[in-house]
Design a protein around this ligand. Structure first.
Ligand code: FES
Length: 237
């Protein structure tokens, strides 16, 4: 298979042709933050947190959807990159509850981790916040759309790996949300409660009801298990 060699933060790395800059960085052991990316799913390049600087490019491309090319010179920690990531995080925090202390995802939330890493703070823009009701009228999932960052991982997991397509983006602009058809609840939809959407949510928008209040993330040991709900037998962490 043809290969390309590029330089990332001064380190040379060789990857198969067709690999992305993000995959090349991961191979080189160089950290690039991601929110919408999941290696098992298609890549929409939606959140832009993975932006990098590439010599000769006039913008900061998203590394998860930019193909690595021979001789490319990539910088992942320039001032422009760090500033862009911080701004993206502050925009997300603007429409996000500030309840990390009591959120059950506290300690394993990517938004929280990155906000800390890049010094992003809520209130930088003074924008409007949603006030969606929290959905918990089903036996398995607690859904809090106020915490959703619209990364779409749950949608792609449901459609691409589980083949169900129960949820999708609904509405437009500021009102965009993830919802089953006709913006109904999970209970009223064709959801089989496999829990795979919960497993890929990077924030606290989707939580497993059985785990809430049962301990903080650092007190829990995760194991591989088989979902008992629909009989398909999906395995997940
Ligand atoms: Fe690359 Fe979201 S992780 S755009």
């Amino acid at each position: 298979m043809a290969e390309v060699t590029l330089t990332i933060d001064g380190k040379q790395v060789t990857v198969p042709q067709g690999a992305t800059v993000l995959e090349a960085a991961q191979k080189a052991g160089i950290f690039i933050p991601t929110l919408c990316y999941d290696k098992e799913l298609s890549k929409p390049g939606a959140c832009r947190i993975c932006v990098v600087e590439i010599a000769g490019f006039r913008c900061l491309p998203a590394s998860c959807v930019t193909e690595a090319a021979e001789g490319m010179v990539v910088t992942t920690t320039s001032d422009a990159v760090v500033e862009a990531r911080k701004t993206i995080l502050e925009l997300l925090l603007e429409n996000h509850p500030e309840d990390c202390l009591t959120c059950s995802k506290n300690g394993e939330c990517l938004l929280q981790d990155y906000a800390y890493k890049y010094g992003a703070r809520a209130g930088a823009f003074g924008g409007e916040k949603h006030a969606y009701p929290i959905e918990e009228d089903n036996p398995v999932i607690v859904r809090d759309m106020n915490k959703c960052i619209l990364c779409g991982r749950c949608i792609r997991m449901c459609e691409e790996l589980h083949g169900c397509s129960v949820i999708d983006f609904a509405y437009r602009g500021f009102n965009t949300k993830v919802a089953p058809a006709l913006d109904t609840t999970y209970k009223e939809s064709s959801c089989v409660f496999c829990g795979n959407c919960v497993a890929v949510c990077p924030v606290g928008a989707l939580e497993e009801k059985a785990m809430m209040g049962k301990g903080r993330s650092w007190e829990i040991t995760k194991v591989k298990t088989t979902c008992p709900f629909c009989g398909v037998g999906c395995n997940f962490d």
